[in-house]
Design a protein. Structure first.
Length: 207
């Protein structure tokens, strides 16, 4: 994916405020052997790009001042507290020979045909929606699929149950153990109904 950027020399709070009033977004590119680079972006372009999931988990090509620039990874976005406005964006330069650590989304599939749903009428909770991984830039997946087709009632899907793409490792810390990614749960009311029925059965008959 690509995005357009323009070099900027004016820095500071006042300069950033002027940019925003002009429909521009201040941003920075850091990392690698070069110095940090201050850039500006078109607000509408970057706003719509940020709404695409793949923009957050892809190696991006920055076209700087009309020329092909660095390959970068989106690192941080600052949003206005209550407006749909992007205030600042951070990008990190990417070296093809150096591993990167970033988060990618998890895509859950086949939950609707799983035994947990079809046979047990349970709902599936997606406990984890993104996973931190380490890989070379060329191996970076835009997402990781988690197949729920075999999930049974009351069971969990753990991190150890899925196969990561080639060249990709997860960076879950030891204290977190084997992460629960998804869980099959009884629907609310089902347990209460069952308890009530059991109570009625246990109650003595009255005249």
């Amino acid at each position: 994916m690509k995005f357009n950027a323009t070099s900027r020399s004016d820095k500071g709070t006042s300069a950033s405020r002027r940019l925003r009033h002009a429909g521009r977004v201040p941003a920075i590119v850091y990392g690698g052997t070069a110095d940090p680079l201050s850039i500006e972006l078109d607000h509408n372009e970057i706003y719509h790009a940020l709404r695409k999931e793949e923009f957050h988990a892809s190696i991006l090509t920055m076209d700087l001042d009309g020329k092909k620039g660095d390959q970068v990874l989106l690192r941080a976005v600052q949003w206005h507290p209550y407006k749909q406005q992007v205030l600042h964006v951070d990008f990190q330069r990417v070296d093809a020979s150096q591993a990167i650590t970033t988060k990618v989304p998890l895509h859950y599939i086949n939950g609707d045909i799983s035994p947990a749903v079809k046979l047990s009428s349970q709902i599936i909770s997606h406990v984890v929606t993104e996973l931190e991984i380490t890989c070379l830039p060329a191996n970076l997946p835009q997402f990781i699929e988690v197949d729920l087709a075999e999930l049974t009632g009351g069971a969990n899907v753990y991190l150890s149950d899925i196969t990561l793409p080639k060249g990709v490792t997860h960076t879950v810390h030891g204290a977190e153990g084997d992460l629960v990614l998804a869980a099959a749960l009884a629907q609310r009311g089902a347990a209460d109904t069952g308890d009530a029925a059991a109570g009625d059965a246990a109650a003595p008959a009255t005249e």
